[in-house]
Design a protein around this ligand. Structure first.
Ligand SMILES: *[C@@H]1O[C@H](CO)[C@@H](O)[C@H](O)[C@H]1NC(C)=O
Ligand SMILES: *[C@@H]1O[C@H](CO)[C@@H](O)[C@H](O)[C@H]1NC(C)=O
Length: 592
């Protein structure tokens, strides 16, 4: 027995590159994840949340398959619906979702966007990082605790599946007295007042990625509808609306309501100091909770979501309808007064201040992540642009090779991300050493694409994401899985000049980088402006393999991401209970 323990220790040490500090894996209440100990599991966990009651186990079954929607549009839907079923639970409930993949020739995983996955890093839904992809015909059971209240959503980890319709809302409520801003509103109806904003493409992206011409969205929707979603209000009362940008491509969305001001109270599920806004700007994957008071005369008012970036020129409308108003006239009214507005200057989540001051510690060392679009020389026959696995032969994927040669790909420190050949979290020793590279030591790996990883040196990690802007004029939205990021600084060059690593380091040396370390907004989704930077502080207190990714960077090219490994030792019993990757079929989609 002693011998076994000693060998395990050595193996663990090797897999963590000799670092001795191994956090033990402690699922807080793993018992209730897999057994129903609450005896009251219920399809509908939506209920008023109360103090001192047992959490419930909330069970959902998702069947994901291609369908034709009522509108006549094809979609990849969940149980025939897009968006998929709304998940509404109370904090500390256990969410169990059995996902069956019925998309022919495609693998699938579902990511629970913004959910911390405390103690369940294998439920984060990143293929070949936290789990084996769910093959066609197979089922995977997700089970995790809704440990934090707030506005979240779920979506396919695949950008093309998400764009084709695999997404839905996930709202975690808590007892009303615990809501810090509950005095600002009378109604928080998370089922009726959640707005999922999406973009649709003229054809399914799934299976069609090789035809790059179809990659521009041609419509936007709110809760699956282009102009018919209705929010009913009573004059004089205030309502909490939850806005979710569920778009997978680079479409920041502006939202405003005719003749009504909003008060932003939360971003990415976390409370902020209330901020009045005529218009809010929500980046892909970002969420914003706002309060709207029905203070105008009885009537019907348009709520407009206006696309920017890849969605420039597209809009989706919803209706804010006062009780007693006959809204049929609105449908014929044609003219929407918002169409005339020219000033759409907006409040964005990154500009806000967190409600509570964050605990200050010693200043962490800053890690530089230079982001830019680079044209890459690559060996055509030597690279697989999806994830590499022992099960599939290497072969080039042509949309990506087009991007590499002609327009370039967005990289971090000169590297595109490679999905590991084996799930990093579960089988770290199986990940081929020559596939990986480390932040700061990128030069040791000659390939343009590698499993780019880093391990935090202390509990607090500071990342300077610098969008250098030599190769592109685009801003990029990033999403941090599992861990949350304090956005301590965001800056964009006023003179429109690219910024090099040396120039950034000079700014740091000259103390010209101004940080808000007192009350920065705490977020999981944030933008890095072109020719500028965003500096985030991440508390690496949760064991797991967490992706920091730019989903929108890579629809038709290579993934842009860094994997932050917070060392852990997954219990063997958990690994054994999970499906092996086996000879799964590679998907015809890019996993990013
Ligand atoms: C609402 O208005 C339409 C015409 O604008 C009318 O046909 C309909 O009967 C009205 N509905 C109610 C409930 O008054
Ligand atoms: C960025 O914008 C500048 C100024 O408009 C333009 O000259 C340049 O070509 C653009 N760069 C790229 C990569 O599009």
């Amino acid at each position: 027995m002693k011998l076994l323990v000693c060998c395990l220790m050595i193996i663990v040490n090797i897999s963590n590159n000799g670092k001795a500090s191994i956090e033990s894996f402690t699922p807080t209440s793993s018992g209730i994840l897999f057994e129903d100990t609450t005896k009251n599991s219920d399809q509908s966990c939506h209920r008023p949340c109360k103090f001192n009651v047992k959490p419930r186990r909330c069970y959902y079954s998702f069947v994901i398959e291609p369908t034709i929607q009522e509108s006549g549009r094809p979609a990849i839907s969940i149980n025939g619906m897009s968006p998929g079923p709304a998940i509404n639970v109370c904090v500390n409930d256990v969410i169990v979702v059995e996902v069956k993949n019925k998309i022919p020739d495609q693998d699938e995983t579902i990511h629970w966007h913004g959910v911390e996955q405390r103690g369940t890093p294998h439920m984060d839904g990143v293929p070949m990082v936290t789990q084996c992809p769910i093959a066609y015909g197979a089922t995977y059971k997700y089970a995790f605790i809704a440990s934090s209240p707030g506005t979240f959503f779920y979506h396919s980890d695949s950008v093309s599946h998400q764009s084709d319709g695999v997404y839905g809302s996930l709202i975690v409520n808590q007892p009303q007295p615990l809501e810090p801003h509950s005095s600002l509103y009378g109604y928080d109806r998370s089922t009726e007042n959640t707005l999922l904003i999406a973009a649709v493409f003229p054809q399914l992206l799934t299976g069609n990625l090789e035809d790059a011409s179809g990659m521009q969205p041609n419509a936007m929707t709110i809760n699956g509808d282009e102009g018919n979603f209705k929010i009913f209000v009573m004059q004089g009362f205030a309502y909490r609306l939850r806005l979710i940008n569920a778009i997978a491509v680079e479409c920041p969305v502006l939202v405003r309501i005719e003749r009504h001001e909003m008060v932003v109270i939360a971003t990415d599920g976390r409370s902020v100091k209330p901020a009045a806004a005529r218009t809010v700007l929500i980046y892909p994957g970002e969420r914003m909770d706002v309060v709207v008071r029905a203070s105008q005369e009885t009537g019907g008012y348009w709520v407009r979501a206006r696309g920017t970036g890849v969605c420039a020129g597209l809009v989706a409308d919803a209706m804010l309808i006062y009780s007693g108003f006959n809204y049929t006239s609105m449908l014929h009214q044609g003219q929407n007064e918002l169409a005339q507005d020219s000033d759409w200057s907006a409040v964005s989540g990154q500009m806000l201040e967190s409600l509570q001051d964050v605990a200050e510690g010693p200043d962490p060392k800053t890690v530089y992540l230079g982001i830019d679009k680079n044209v890459v020389n690559f060996k055509e026959n030597d690279v697989d642009f999806r994830y590499i696995s022992d099960a599939i032969p290497k072969k080039p994927f042509y949309p990506a090779s087009l991007a590499l040669k002609e327009s370039g790909v967005v990289q971090i420190n000169g590297k595109s991300f490679l999905y590991p050949n084996s799930p990093m979290l579960l089988y770290p020793r199986d990940v081929k050493a020559d596939f990986t590279c480390k932040v700061g030591e990128e030069a040791k790996n000659q390939e343009p694409q590698c499993v780019l990883t880093m391990e935090p040196e202390g509990e607090m990690l500071e990342l300077a994401l610098v969008n250098e802007g030599f190769g592109s004029n685009d801003s990029y939205t990033f999403h941090m899985h599992g861990l949350s990021a304090q956005i301590v600084a965001t800056w964009q060059s006023p003179d429109g000049k690219p910024i090099s690593r040396e120039e950034f380091e000079k700014l740091m040396e000259d103390q010209k980088v101004v940080r808000n370390i007192r009350n920065p907004p705490v977020k999981d989704t944030f933008v890095v402006p072109n020719k500028g930077y965003t500096i985030v502080r991440i508390r690496a207190d949760q064991a797991g393999s967490w992706l920091l990714e730019c989903r929108a960077c890579a629809l038709s090219s290579l993934p842009t991401a860094v994997l932050i490994n917070v060392p852990q030792k997954m219990p063997k019993s958990i690994i054994k209970s999970l499906a092996k990757c086996g000879n799964y079929r590679p998907p015809d989609v890019l996993l990013n």
